[in-house]
Design a protein around this ligand. Structure first.
Ligand SMILES: [Zn+2]
Length: 213
């Protein structure tokens, strides 16, 4: 098996929740579901459509604030950004626009057009865990960001103590890859980022190095 992030050969696999076959990369520490357990595009779109996340939903706005508030010290009003993987209701870009930022949104299922300019900040909240091909998505994200651009990621990270037989995050059939602290380190080294903020659980704010790609 080839790692879907770093492309190294992966030899370690195990069965977890619902008898799902997981692969664990020894190089970047990504854990990803075997291709047989990936959802169909129809199943994915249906599942995302059921997310009832609207601007009127107070809980969802609070959830997005967990990404926005720690990002604000690293960006300025008037900057242009993108909510990558926004889902059917682009609430985050609206919140940012209301606060004086220009913010596009993109989602391969619902808003498949990318902006025609490079961006000063990007949000990817509850998005990385859905990537069938995180290496390709990170190439795309990195190419869209200007040097010194800010990338805010929320995805629950697995720990050395995580039990994939019981972990709720692995149960969702659209969650297909799982990042570890070391996976974030790999992303920084390989794609050229430095960590600005890390809550140690799910939120990490990266800055694209000026000398890089
Ligand atoms: Zn890997």
């Amino acid at each position: 098996m080839t790692c879907t992030l770093c492309r190294e050969d992966v030899h370690k696999s195990f069965k977890g929740i619902n008898d799902i076959l997981f692969w664990q990369c020894n190089n970047c520490n990504l854990i990803f579901k075997d291709v047989e357990f990936l959802p169909s595009p129809e199943a994915e779109k249906l599942r995302y459509s059921q997310h009832n996340n609207t601007p009127d939903c107070k809980g969802y706005v609070e959830h997005l604030q967990q990404a926005i508030e720690p990002t604000l010290p690293f960006i300025y009003e008037g900057m242009t950004g993108l909510d990558f993987g926004c889902g059917p209701n682009p609430v985050l870009s609206q919140l940012m626009s209301d606060s004086g930022y220009e913010c596009y949104h993109y989602d391969p299922f619902f808003f498949p057009e990318l902006p025609d300019e490079r961006l000063e900040f990007m949000f990817a909240t509850e998005c990385f865990e859905h990537f069938f091909n995180p290496g390709r998505e990170l190439n795309l994200i990195t190419s869209l960001l200007i040097p010194a651009g800010v990338l805010t990621i929320i995805t629950e990270r697995w720990k050395d103590t995580t039990d994939f037989n019981t972990w709720w995050y692995a149960r969702d059939n659209t969650h297909v890859c799982f990042f570890h602290d070391r996976t974030i380190e790999f992303i920084c080294e390989h794609y050229g980022y430095e960590t600005m903020h890390d809550d140690g659980e799910k939120l990490v704010i990266l800055k694209k190095l000026v000398v890089g790609r």
